[in-house]
Design a protein around this ligand. Structure first.
Ligand code: BES
Ligand code: MN
Ligand code: MN
Length: 455
């Protein structure tokens, strides 16, 4: 029975909060090399915490970049099922800093929320599972299942070394299911299980003309401005109605069946309220939930080039660059789509400029069987802790490890998240709703109990 462990969670909220604040105060920004030492420090913080909880085989395992932290508890024995719990301890950069109401690495409680970079994505959510396991071990001295933790430091940079890590440690990571808390729910009273995630392909597009910057009076009208050429290229990637024009882009997209289309249509959406946008945009023939969950998209993240300092400078810049990506849906092959895009760019590019496309990381979309026992255990755990049946949703974001778990370890993945859609992930004033954090710990306890029964 889990009453004692639940009571432990309720009686130890202050200590838990203090510990989470300590974790959040280390700036584990994976993409910035000046935070290399902070990544190591965060990994060390995790191993110390996991040892204190009573986990075994706790270790920092190096990869080509940021380490994986591993720890397990296998005393439930070989006949009990094993749950592989994943989380990522790396976070996104914090810019623009001046928009934070309290500094990103000085975790601060305001009202019901704890504000800090990583509060919801994903340090807060991974901490939920450490706290749950701690509560069970402190009160019952045992877990109902075997548990393995795999905590990575490269999710926000595309989990670049994780696939090699997983295929190199198949035995160590063997389990019956994976549990991931890295997704939002629509409201504190409405939990949601994510059964679909989009994939991602990242690019940089360079456009060059002259060998150096030019005076725009001397050369304007005879040398093609790379910023203008780049803007034209980008503008050609969408129709006026928001569809992507890359030939073949939608070829492998599987249409939603009627049941799923209805499910997505019926789900609440608050896109206007959440974003403050004037009006929604995109493929009007699909519902907004279908557009983020089940349709591929093309985005521009940044354009660099020319003079952007104070005042003016009349220049034709020598080069311009754009950072781009595509979100992909199940059955789309990232390699195929990338090749289609690169071919199209070269077709469209005028012969007045030189165009180069660089590919960064990518990963395919994920789709999970909603009827799997692990997913059903998550639904039952939500019901017990949040008091409501979860929705089943497809999310537009990407979590590369989910596909890796499916492909290399053949695991079903239960995505049971505790963040809220308005937690400001990747943005200033990231937060976690504290009641969700504590309820999440209860849900995590219930999950382990439920899964032990179901397997
Ligand atoms: N936790 C998010 C993924 C997410 C966000 C899922 C919102 C569902 C809803 C994750 O940390 C993330 O930000 N992933 C990146 C992956 C990329 C850098 C490879 C993303 O989706 O941009
Ligand atoms: Mn995340
Ligand atoms: Mn993220």
């Amino acid at each position: 029975m889990s009453e004692q462990a639940i009571a432990f969670i309720r009686n130890n909220q202050a200590a838990c909060l203090a510990q989470l604040k300590d974790f959040l105060s280390i700036p584990s920004i994976s993409t910035q090399s000046e935070h290399q030492a902070d990544m190591q420090k965060t990994a060390a913080w995790l191993t110390a915490t996991m040892e204190a909880i009573g986990l075994q085989h706790v270790q920092i395992m190096p990869t080509a970049k940021h380490p994986v932290v591993y720890g397990d508890w296998l005393n439930a024995g070989p006949d009990a099922p094993t749950v592989l719990i994943y989380g990522h301890y790396d976070v996104q950069p914090v810019e623009p800093l001046d928009l934070w109401e309290s500094p990103p690495f000085e975790p601060t409680v305001r009202g019901d929320n704890l504000f800090a970079r990583g509060a919801t994505d994903d340090k807060g959510q991974l901490f939920v599972h450490l706290a749950a396991v701690n509560a069970l071990l402190k009160t019952e001295g045992a877990l109902p299942v075997n548990v393995k933790f795999i905590l990575e430091g490269e999710e926000e940079i595309g989990s670049v070394n994780l696939e090699a890590f997983i295929s190199g440690h198949l035995e160590l990571l063997q389990a019956d299911c994976a549990l991931v808390s890295d997704t939002p729910i629509p409201s504190p009273d409405q939990p949601a299980i994510v059964y679909g995630l989009r994939g991602l392909a990242l690019f940089e597009l360079d456009v060059r003309s002259a060998q150096r910057d030019l005076h725009s009076g001397q050369y304007g009208g005879v040398v093609h401005n790379p910023l203008v050429a780049l803007a034209h290229l980008i503008a050609k990637m969408h129709t006026e109605n928001g569809a992507v024009t890359i030939p073949g882009f939608y070829d492998d997209v599987v249409p939603l069946d009627d049941e799923e289309a209805r499910l997505l249509d019926e789900q609440p959406e608050a896109y206007l309220a959440e974003t403050g946008a004037r009006k929604l945009w995109g493929e009007a023939e699909f519902s907004p939930n279908a557009r983020t969950g089940a349709r591929p998209t093309f985005e521009v993240h940044g354009i660099v080039g020319g003079y952007t300092g104070e005042g003016s400078k009349t220049v034709i810049p020598a080069a311009a660059t754009a950072k781009l990506s595509m979100r992909l849906v199940p059955n789309q092959d990232p390699d195929k789509v990338a090749a289609q895009f690169i071919k199209y760019v070269h077709q469209l590019a005028p012969d007045t400029v030189e165009v180069a496309v660089r590919r960064y990381d990518w990963g395919p979309a994920a789709l999970i069987d909603r009827h799997d026992p692990a997913v059903q255990a998550a639904a039952a755990a939500y019901k017990k802790s949040f008091g409501r049946q979860p929705l089943f949703v497809r999310e537009g974001g990407s979590i590369p490890v989910v596909t890796m778990f499916q492909q290399h370890l053949h695991l079903p993945v239960a995505m049971m998240g505790f963040g809220l859609t308005d937690d400001n992930l990747h943005a200033p004033n990231e937060k976690i709703h504290l009641p969700n954090l504590y309820r999440g710990m209860e849900a995590a306890i219930h999950f382990l109990k439920e899964y032990a029964h179901r397997k």
